[in-house]
Ligand binder design. Sequence first.
Ligand SMILES: Cc1cc2nc3c(=O)[nH]c(=O)nc-3n(C[C@H](O)[C@H](O)[C@H](O)COP(=O)(O)O)c2cc1C
Length: 197
Amino acid sequence: MADWKSSLFWYCLPLHSGVVEVGMDKILVLYSSRDGQTRKIVDAMLAETEGCEVVMQDLHSLPKCNLSKFKKVLIGASIRYGNFHPSLFSFIHAHHEQLEVANAAFFCVNLTARKPEKQTPQTNAYMKKFLRLSPWKPKTLGVFAGALQYSRYNWWQTRIIQLIMKITGGSTDTSKDLEFTDWEKVRGFARDFWSKR
Ligand SMILES: Cc1cc2nc3c(=O)[nH]c(=O)nc-3n(C[C@H](O)[C@H](O)[C@H](O)COP(=O)(O)O)c2cc1C
């Protein structure tokens, strides 16, 4: 096996066993994403890092991590039918003591945040819900508007999202996907967090 391939093999091995063990000065990024928008936001945030090693884990795979091994921990999760994916809280409950002392941030992604008056941690209903339910109260919080991706929804999801859009004054035109994410805000959040000591 070529050198880089064998390093990659040993690097990834602990991930397959469900336990992440890596050296210091690494960044851990955990995300919960159904249609890929949160993952896309994570990628944009990571593009703002320089010279960092990144370990990325999908929360839906129920990872177990030793957070003390990481310089920074970033967690991002989207909303579906008013809720976060249960794996978010499973992870937080299993790791909240480590999260309290880690240099860790949390952001959430939803369509409610497309409205200017609902896109701060203080005004977004889902961030408020997160803070109510989570034993970990992150010092760094972000709220980002997601995407309306009719092309990806099944029949039921399309009808439900259309209904919600009708009630909240959004688009019901299923022929067009719309992205509401403010990429400058995403990059600004990332730059602040990565540079924070
Ligand atoms: C079935 C479904 C239910 C959703 N429910 C909500 C909701 O209750 N509130 C909200 O603000 N956004 C809701 N959204 C919008 C998503 O949060 C938004 O599309 C986000 O970009 C999804 O991110 P993801 O692709 O990373 O999962 C819903 C989207 C879908 C497809």
